[in-house]
Write a protein of this length. Structure first.
Length: 136
């Protein structure tokens, strides 16, 4: 797979899409997660039927909640501003840690972009790992 395809997969996963890769052709197929988007079910079901041929396609998995939480804690370790670092850590320690973290990131000025850049790099590495494991 090309670097551009890996970035495309990472960006699509981060956008909440399900991603499949044709094993031979390396063609990427993305679909909405039907569990989260029930509108247009017929169309998405048709596409899913195509990619559910596991001999031809492999799904690139999104990060689960544990992995996503680890991503946020790893980002916090890169923050040099002690006050902001404490706010991020506190956000993760309360109920609704993902929502709280997002709120704090949105209020963090320049660290907001640093978070997005960090997350994107980590998502790309996540996809590369799956590409290697699945021999794509």
């Amino acid at each position: 797979m090309t670097d551009e395809q890996i970035v495309e997969l990472a960006d699509n996963l981060d956008s909440g899409l399900r991603c499949f890769v044709h094993r031979q052709e390396k063609k990427i197929v993305t679909v909405l997660d039907i569990d989260e988007h029930e509108d247009n079910f017929k169309y998405w079901n048709k596409v899913l039927n195509e990619v559910n041929d596991f001999e031809k396609y492999v799904e690139i998995e999104k990060m689960d909640t544990n992995e996503s939480f680890r991503l946020m804690t790893n980002f916090i370790e890169t923050v040099g501003d002690a006050r902001l670092k404490n706010r991020f850590e506190e956000a993760l320690s309360k109920p609704g840690p993902f929502r709280n973290f997002k709120f704090e990131v949105d209020q963090s000025g320049p660290f907001r972009q640093k978070w997005f850049d960090f997350k994107r790099r980590q998502m790309i590495e996540w996809v590369k790992g799956q590409v290697i494991v699945n021999n794509l």
